[in-house]
Design a protein around this ligand. Structure first.
Ligand code: SF4
Ligand code: SF4
Length: 314
């Protein structure tokens, strides 16, 4: 496994980052024990970078996976919160420390920033993260974003160490610009010393048919330091690690296509429509429908926003 410095954060991370959204209740819904075994296998095989978020509800399997494991390198966990107030971020920090069983959180990101305007709106939460970094409770502060303007705003802000942008071979899911504009923004952020780790390299599953080309597309881009790949089985972990270690004579990971399921008890409240960053959902005849399936990247945000638990990625 190749290890690389995550920009000026100084943290050294594996090229393959374990994307933990897939094991949690917003997607495959593995038990904490089952999920921990998948993550643990990745750690044993050399992955030392895990991407999660408060929203994903995967702190417990990550904590269990790291328990009593002796590894040659520290595990770098990156988590995210939607908190925008001081108290909200203090709570998010405390929950992450408790949930992950870590006194120090390696990377803490503001979840899903759209532009300099949303960053300004989250300023009290950012100040908490910067204070926590000074106190040694957080090692690096950053943002995740699907938006070109989000990357540019993060790049311009001195206190941002790490950016997790959405980027993939066909540009599916990128907001506010083209794939080329996103690449230019990543390049700009890289030049400013930001650590970059990509999300949605397989477009949330849409690029599975050409998964090796999709991974190569990002592996060939040296401005992307690490790539978060969602994994939910030991077979997928082993397959992805082999690929990242240079084996090219292998079958595709045993990935099962994902889809959105909407139960018939949906009340048409539109909370999911508003939560979807990609405009994939609409309300038709009083119920949510996936009106633009080609725009869905299976992020699971719609499921997290549903008061009736009526929509989820399966
Ligand atoms: S949030 Fe849930 S209940 Fe509301 S429209 Fe969406 S699926 Fe239906
Ligand atoms: S429909 Fe749901 S899973 Fe798909 S992109 Fe929108 S929020 Fe994400």
């Amino acid at each position: 496994m190749e290890y690389i410095r995550l920009g000026r954060s100084g943290l050294e991370v594996s090229k393959l980052c374990f994307g933990a959204l897939t094991i949690g209740p917003l997607q495959r819904g593995l038990s904490a024990k089952e999920g921990s075994l998948v993550i643990r296998r990745a750690l044993e095989l050399g992955v030392n970078f895990i991407d999660t978020a408060e929203l994903y509800q995967t702190y417990e399997p990550i904590r269990l996976a790291m328990q009593d494991l002796q590894l040659p390198r520290p595990v770098i966990v990156a988590t995210k919160s939607y908190a925008y107030t001081r108290d909200g971020m203090l709570k998010s920090l405390e929950d992450a420390q408790k949930g992950l069983g870590l006194d120090v959180i390696p990377v803490f990101l503001l979840h899903e920033q759209e532009s300099s305007h949303t960053l300004r709106g989250h300023w009290p939460a950012l100040e908490v993260l910067w204070e926590a970094k000074k106190e040694g409770i957080v090692q690096a502060v950053g943002i995740s974003t699907h938006h070109v303007q989000g990357v540019l705003a993060g790049a311009e802000l001195e206190g941002i160490d790490v950016i997790s942008p959405l980027i993939n071979k066909t540009g599916i899911g990128i907001q506010g610009g083209s794939r080329e504009e996103m690449l230019a923004a990543i390049s700009f952020a890289n030049a400013k010393g930001k650590g970059i780790y990509a999300m949605k390299p397989l477009g949330g599953g849409h690029l599975l048919a050409s998964w090796s080309e999709a991974l190569d597309y990002l592996l060939d881009n040296k401005e992307v330091h690490s790539i978060a790949v969602g994994m939910k089985s030991i077979e997928e972990v082993e397959s992805n690690i082999s690929y990242f270690e240079g084996r090219r004579d292998m079958a595709s990971p045993s990935e099962i296509s994902r889809r959105l399921h909407i139960d018939d008890w949906c009340i048409g409240c539109a909370s999911c429509v508003n939560a979807c960053p990609n405009g994939a959902l609409e309300i038709q005849d009083g119920m949510a429908v996936v009106a633009h399936p080609e725009q869905c990247v299976f992020c699971g945000y719609c499921g997290a926003s549903c008061p009736e638990f009526a929509i989820k990625v399966i």
